[in-house]
Ligand binder design. Sequence first.
Ligand SMILES: *Cc1c(COP(=O)(O)O)cnc(C)c1O
Length: 506
Amino acid sequence: MTSQKQPDQPQQHTAPLEMSPEGFRQAGHQLVDQISDFLAELHDKQVTVSSTQAEIRQHLGSDSVPQFGAPVTDLLRETADLLFEHSLFNGHSRFWGYITSSAAPIGALADMLAAAVNPNVGAWQLSPVASEIEAQTIRWIADMLGYPPDCGGLLVSGGNMANFVCFLAARTARADKSLAKKGLFQGQQQLRVYASEETHTWIQKAADLFGLGTDAICWLPLDSEQRMNVEALATEIVKDREAGSLPFLVIGTAGSVSTGAVDPLPEIAAICRQHNLWFHVDGAYGAMAAVLPEASEALQGLSLADSIAVDPHKWLYTPLEAGCVLVRQPQHLVETFSYHPEYYNFAENDQNAPINYYEIGPQNSRGFRALKVWLSIRQAGKSGYIEMIRDNTELAGTLYDLATANPELEACTQSLSITTFRYVPLDLDPGKESSAVYLNDLNRALLDQLQHDGQAYVSNAIVAGKFLLRACIVNFRTKLADIEFLPNLVVQLGRNLDAEMRPRAQ
Ligand SMILES: *Cc1c(COP(=O)(O)O)cnc(C)c1O
């Protein structure tokens, strides 16, 4: 044999995206320092600055793809500054808009760790520890809600996706078994799903995306407290059956988006049992409040559900994105999502094999979003969550009381941690029909100003035709002083706007 000489190795080349351990350490320390300063200064910042799209695009510079690379430390420093100067800060103590929580700082560190190891949590073999951490996270969330910890479940991007997954599990369990293969076609029995008028818009997307059509939704009226009218539910199911349709799913909401209303879940569960329908609870926002020992009976009824959607990126305060699916019988997820392509050499899901997440949900490759949830739960513990969620709920009650006591405010609703109210000038009678339109215009203008002004951030709800200001406190940084600040701010802005707007309205 002739010994062949290897050709000379080219000079050791570092790939354009590689970082030396020392370079990573330096860039990382610099970024962590910047984030720490940002967190320290957050309280003294405005909740938001009104940047225009043009201003922001100018900061981003030329739209041609950068031809050559740039040093990491410079890039991170610039980008952190850009974000700290032009964002809306939902971690601010006076942010109460929509349902977006303050994010636990440990979540930011968890995301960095998760991305560094980068397990693919689609299959157990590709992510042994991460898969088990996700499974444990699911058991913990179930346990905190009073749901059986041996349920099936997984993390997804948010409430919409979690509700979609449960919707599909329900369809597999209760609709025609041939549907997964043959698809929906005209002329078969119409599937029917029942939900109150306050149900979040995911239900329309689901009915559309999964081929049922939005006409498949039977919208149920509300009672005086914005909850599902359960008598109407029973009546409609019977009516639909008689008309030849196929009722399969009822959705109860635990914490509606507008007012935090909790549907009477035990009563809905009883009707579902009686008619053999799947009972799903959309608890994206409110389900976690079931961790409180003093949780209402209505809310505790979520333990009776066949499936639950709950958002860790809401009341578990993890950074976006994290939604969670819980399904009482794990088998329903397997039956809905498990296909076995030839190109995978993974132990398939049976009772004893470890979970391959691609077999129980819609995603294939999956990131390690469980880590931030798992670490947040470990940092605060169940007792820490009870303290934070209780505190948020009590502050919402305080806001309602302050609005009630203020002669220029009308307190309207409070449930869980959502309070609605509006500004009513002293000399206007809100009961008068002629005032109704003006009060809505005035409060809409007031909301616009609040959202641009940046001293405190709320959103709106419309209840019985009234445009209301809505504070949703899913924020562990909010203190009593922040809440006391809001009524005075609203009254101040309200007086000024009224002085401007009323002469023009008359
Ligand atoms: C937030 C919310 C959703 C949607 O959840 P995302 O995480 O925004 O996708 C659905 N239903 C309810 C009741 C919600 O509060």
